[in-house]
Design a protein around this ligand. Structure first.
Ligand SMILES: Cc1cc2nc3c(=O)[nH]c(=O)nc-3n(C[C@H](O)[C@H](O)[C@H](O)COP(=O)(O)OP(=O)(O)OC[C@H]3O[C@@H](n4cnc5c(N)ncnc54)[C@H](O)[C@@H]3O)c2cc1C
Length: 474
């Protein structure tokens, strides 16, 4: 028997208008719900625009959501070439911004609105009486900077993790001097060849991180070095995992990633890229010539001088704004506790998680969900397609279609080459140990790719002719 509860129209606040927040709104509208999307940026996809120069590793066909496509197609929109690899900016300009212009979505998206906290009306975290019937209070700062509150029946937090990068310290905290010198430190993937060029051209830069984001930055800096000879690049890996990063699994399964690795190796061998493995940064101080960085490198204390640092060591969720919500969050990964063991980077270096929905994303407070990149907590393996399935399921649940909410409607490629402690013989897909800095996505064994995803020869990380295409979220 179909378990459907009718007339359950909900006022749902969606936090963030990235690809997953926009998809959430489209699914809710399709289900007759009334979403309101609060986005702190001045455009939809504003986090993505910050890495707009980076080419995705997924082709277009894995970057768009069915419910959003339906709204777009009503306006005559045509899907970009499904096999092409878009850049972040392409996704925003050719998909998210047109979606936000559709009559259905335009009326529900509020830009320049930053959510600062979520609570339950007249209930602090420890107040249990009649808690499930209390509205959510969404505290936000409007575009004029005024603090406001709106009520909601349900909350979908799709605010991503881009605004909360991991700091430099191996203990997960900023090292002394890191915050004081933030004007000389960039987190993520700065566009060193274009918008951020003047900060890096002819300068000495230390890139920290062991993922493809870090390789990407290092290789872009090498290009800059080709044009501006005085540019110097040091690449610091906090773990001694270079061989895994540059070798075997990458080359076997992901030709384009292999090319990235080969290019990096060539640069290291020629001395163009100076490598510091096992790097432990202890302190950063401003000196006349730039930054003096006290490090332990291969057990020896030393100081290196650079002008700038790029930190590409992953991201973490902002849980501060959820302090008054009763979350069910894993203490290691900071993802919902049912989901966390499936994506824990201590055990998985790849996107081995099965498609999932409302069951895995439920918290103690009813009607509250974290989705998208933020739902993966500190794990770096999130895929947009997974997020689209999450919000499809949650929208069905909120509309009372409990069967559909529990039915998995997405088939992801099998990740046949993932490294897992359970399978000692498996090769890490991304060529990294399953560690905090592991690179994000995964390469399924070619034979394991299902019919539904015929041309995804490397699963979520479809190889590209252009090696720059393979920058991952790690
Ligand atoms: C460099 C890079 C490459 C990637 N490549 C791929 C790929 O090829 N394929 C793939 O499937 N995935 C990829 N990912 C992973 C992931 O799919 C993307 O990060 C995607 O953007 C996540 O979507 P999201 O909607 O969850 O979060 P985001 O895109 O980060 O969107 C969150 C939105 O919420 C807003 N926001 C944040 N805080 C607040 C607040 N307090 N109030 C209001 N608004 C707020 C932000 O401004 C932002 O617009 C990549 C990630 C990175 C970083």
């Amino acid at each position: 028997m179909k378990t459907t509860q009718s007339n359950t129209t909900k006022n749902v606040v969606v936090i963030g208008a990235g690809p997953v927040g926009i998809a959430a709104a489209a699914h809710l509208i399709e289900r007759g719900q009334t979403p309101i999307v609060l986005e702190k940026g001045h455009t939809v996809g504003s986090a993505m625009l910050e890495w707009g120069h980076v080419q995705l590793f997924s082709p277009w066909k894995y970057a768009t959501d069915k419910a959003v496509i339906k709204l777009l197609e009503k306006q005559g929109w045509q899907h970009p070439d499904k096999e092409q690899l878009p850049k972040g900016r392409d996704i925003v300009e050719q998909y998210l911004q047109p979606a936000a212009q559709t009559p259905e979505l335009q009326s529900v998206i509020k830009l320049g609105v930053e959510v600062t906290a979520i609570s339950k009306e007249n209930h602090s975290k420890h107040t249990s009486t009649d808690r499930d019937n209390a509205d959510y209070f969404v505290h936000y700062r409007d575009s004029e900077g005024e603090s406001q509150i709106i009520h909601a029946d349900s909350i979908i937090d799709a605010s991503g993790t881009w605004s909360a990068p991991n700091p430099i310290g191996l203990d997960g905290l900023p090292v002394p001097g890191e915050e004081d010198n933030s004007d000389s430190i960039a987190y993520g993937i700065p566009d060193v060849l274009n918008t951020a060029r003047k900060d890096y051209a002819g300068k000495r830069t230390l890139v920290i991180g062991a993922g493809h984001s870090a390789i990407n930055v290092a290789l872009e800096l090498l290009k800059l070095q080709g044009e501006e000879k005085a540019t110097k690049i040091l690449w610091g890996l906090r773990k001694n995992n270079l061989e895994k990063l540059l070798g075997g699994g990458i080359n076997d399964e992901l030709p384009a990633r292999g090319e990235l690795g080969i290019a990096a190796k060539r640069a290291i061998d020629s001395g163009a890229l100076e490598l510091l493995t096992g790097l432990n940064v202890k302190k950063i101080a401003k000196v006349e010539s730039g930054l003096a960085i006290s490090i332990i490198h291969e057990g020896m204390e030393q100081t290196i001088d650079v002008d700038r640092i790029v930190v590409a060591t992953g991201f973490r969720p902002n849980l501060q704004m959820l302090r008054e919500v009763r979350l069910d969050i894993d203490h290691i990964v900071e993802a919902p506790s049912i989901l966390a063991p499936l994506i824990d980077p201590n055990h998985h270096s790849c996107g081995t998680v099965k498609p999932h929905g409302v069951e895995e994303l439920t918290h103690h407070d009813k009607g509250f969900y974290i989705v998208g990149m933020k739902s993966y907590g500190r794990a770096p393996t999130f895929l947009m397609l997974t997020g689209y399935e999450q919000v499809r399921s949650i929208a069905a649940e909120l509309a009372g279609d409990f069967d559909s909410a529990r039915r998995v409607e997405l088939v992801l490629p099998q990740t046949g080459v993932c490294s897992s402690k359970k399978s000692e013989s498996a090769t890490s897909c991304c060529g990294t140990e399953a560690v905090e800095e592991s690179t994000s996505c995964c390469a399924p064994a070619k034979e394991a790719i299902p019919e539904e995803l015929p041309s995804l020869s490397a699963g979520c990380c479809a190889p590209a002719a252009n090696p720059q295409a393979l920058s991952c979220c790690g």
